[in-house]
Design a protein around this ligand. Structure first.
Ligand code: HEM
Length: 142
């Protein structure tokens, strides 16, 4: 890696993702991920992300991962192999500020959840899990 790797002392996430796939289904998660990635592509961390069709493809990988971890079919595993999310993020220096920006994009795209087949309480559950999970993606001090 080109940057000194920081390992969060909290270790890997200890909370399970909420089983929301039964509520959302696939389509809402593909749409949500695309809305998140459109924001990421226009955010303070846009330089980390690809543009155009590649941005769309990246959002589809995110949706496939979410579908699996929220209790749906293991699409990400089938198409891309073991998720190893922290390892897959190591090429990108992610500090606290980058994590905050990523979470902001997700939170804004999700809103109160109702545009994405979720109740406000379920949207909150999803955000709470993402906050915990995203801490484990941080790999740069600062
Ligand atoms: C902490 C802030 C985060 C940042 C700054 C970040 C940034 C990135 C970047 C730059 C990529 C590569 C884009 C590409 O595919 O070309 C990526 C890929 C990905 N991220 Fe994140 N990410 C963060 C957190 C998360 C979280 C919390 C999740 C899970 C819900 C996640 C899921 C994914 C997935 C599934 C991929 C595709 C990996 C692959 O197959 O290549 N990311 N992320």
């Amino acid at each position: 890696m080109q940057h000194p790797v920081y390992t969060p002392p909290s270790g890997p996430p200890q909370v399970n993702a909420p089983s929301l796939y039964g509520v959302t289904g696939s389509e809402a998660l593909f749409r949500l991920s695309w809305e998140v990635y459109q924001r990421l592509g226009d955010s303070g961390i846009a330089h980390m992300f690809p543009k155009g069709d590649e941005l769309r493809a990246a959002s589809e990988r995110q949706a496939e991962f979410l579908i699996g971890i929220l209790g749906g079919p293991p699409l990400y595993l089938q198409k891309h192999g073991p998720p190893r999310m922290r390892a897959r993020h190591l090429p990108f220096p992610i500090d606290k500020a980058a994590r905050r920006e990523w979470l902001r994009c997700f939170r804004e795209a999700l809103g109160d959840g109702t545009a994405h087949s979720l109740s406000p309480a379920q949207a909150l559950e999803l955000m709470t899990w993402l906050e915990a999970f995203s801490a484990w993606m941080v790999n740069k001090e600062g």
